[in-house]
Design a protein around this ligand. Structure first.
Ligand code: QZP
Length: 408
């Protein structure tokens, strides 16, 4: 990284050759984020002709001002005003007020705490069954057999998907999340192997392929009521399937890694399993799945004394904001008893994660079941990182677990 001279920092951002999508960065981005935060409140990324904000205050400010920092030009590097998106834009993520509000209202209701509360009993039974299964195995791949298995069962059931074809969900999400970055090798490689997934996704978004009592059906009911069109309902099912799997799977992976590498923290959770919800919150702060996305300026604007033109991409590095020492004490420490609220791992403002209550429900229930039945978790080999332009997780986490002793 390099920076410009002091004389122009008042109106110009320091320049950096930082590449958020380099393998070395994706492997461990946190030292790079620290450098970026120290360079200044706004940094010009010359490789991508974009500005980056990496401190908590500026990330929060950008996400809280959708009139200036819009989403309709895409939240990836691609500027929809001048470049063609790889798929039809999302009608909620890649949309602005006032249109956004009408769509968001429907999704917010379908995913509200009240509406997802009815899922708890089933989610708990599935969590108990899954933990019992891994206990009989003793040694297993936590990424595949635990962290992926759970959302692929309970969330896909909740949406109302058929059992067949679910192997397409994670590859499809992998495309979506690569697609927020540059159209690089990583994007093309996934694109080449997943065209069947695109086809399958578009089919299961149709009403006749969904169960009558799931979240997908709820979206179509909103269309029947005239709140959205039936085409919009289909696109919102696509949103659930784009946003709802890789994210929760990798968050569970990052939770298992954090707990296995911090056994004293796992002990705290084991002794008080009701801390599962706080644990998820701290994981989403400490090592969030989704690292960064863009906004596009709608007019000339000043951020922390730095002037930006209209139609500039601004990268909000939420995973860096979550480690900003200006906001957090010992930010690099995984501490499930800290007050993690205020993190931006679920974003902030009008586009703040609409599925966050669902994510918390899944994480809380699964980690709670684990904490009650498992004495300790040990890595038995090197975890294998999954590389994606915007999400971080694992494809393999070999572990062994010790059950709580039945006889005291
Ligand atoms: C992905 C969509 C972390 C977010 C960017 C996740 C996400 C949200 C919405 C959509 C996709 O609407 O397709």
């Amino acid at each position: 990284m390099s920076s410009t001279t002091i004389s122009d920092v008042c109106t110009h951002a320091p320049t950096s050759d930082f590449d958020p999508y380099a393998e070395e960065v994706l492997n461990d981005p946190y030292p790079f984020y620290e450098e970026l935060r120290e360079l200044g409140p706004v940094v010009y990324l010359q490789r991508y002709d974009a500005y980056a904000v990496a401190r908590h205050a500026e990330v929060h400010a950008v996400l809280s001002d959708p009139a200036t920092f819009c989403s309709s030009a895409g939240v990836g590097l691609t500027n929809f005003r001048t470049e063609k998106p790889w798929r039809k834009p999302s009608i909620i993520l890649e949309a602005d007020p006032p249109y956004h509000a009408r769509i968001r209202k429907v999704v917010a209701r379908v995913l509200s705490p009240a509406s997802i509360a009815r899922l708890r009993v089933t989610f708990e039974a599935e969590a108990e069954a899954l933990v019992d299964k891994i206990l009989t195995q003793g040694k297993f791949d936590a990424a595949r057999d635990f962290c992926a298995a759970y959302p692929l069962k309970v969330f896909a059931d909740a949406v109302g998907l058929p059992a067949e074809g679910r192997e397409n969900l994670l590859p499809y999400g992998d495309m979506v999340f690569n697609g927020f970055g540059p159209i690089n090798e990583r994007f093309h490689a996934r694109m080449n192997t997943s065209s069947a997934a695109i086809q399958w996704i578009s089919e299961v978004c149709q009403r006749e392929n969904l169960t009558k009592d799931g979240l997908g059906a709820d979206l179509y009911s909103a269309a029947d009521a005239g709140e959205i069109t039936h085409e919009e309902a289909g696109l919102l099912v696509r949103t659930l399937l784009s946003a709802g799997l890789d994210t929760t799977v990798f968050t569970l992976c990052n939770a298992i890694i954090a707990l296995a590498r911090n056994p004293q923290q796992y002990q705290i959770l084991h002794e008080s399993p009701t801390l599962a919800r706080q644990t998820i919150e701290e994981v989403v702060r400490y090592d969030p799945t989704f690292h960064s996305f863009y906004r596009t300026t709608t007019k000339p604007v000043e951020i922390a004394g730095v002037s930006l033109n209209e139609n500039q991409k601004v990268l909000a590095i939420i995973a860096s904001a979550n480690r900003d020492p200006r906001r957090w004490e010992n930010p690099a420490q995984f501490d499930l008893q800290r007050r993690a609220t205020g993190h931006v791992g679920f974003g902030a403002g009008i586009h703040g994660c609409a599925g966050q209550m669902m994510a918390r429900l899944e994480g809380d229930i699964l980690l709670g079941a684990l904490a009650r039945k498992v004495e300790s978790i040990t890595l038995t080999g090197e975890p294998v990182r999954h590389f994606n332009n915007t999400v971080r997780g694992y494809s393999s986490i070999p572990v062994s677990i010790i059950p709580v002793t039945q006889i005291q």
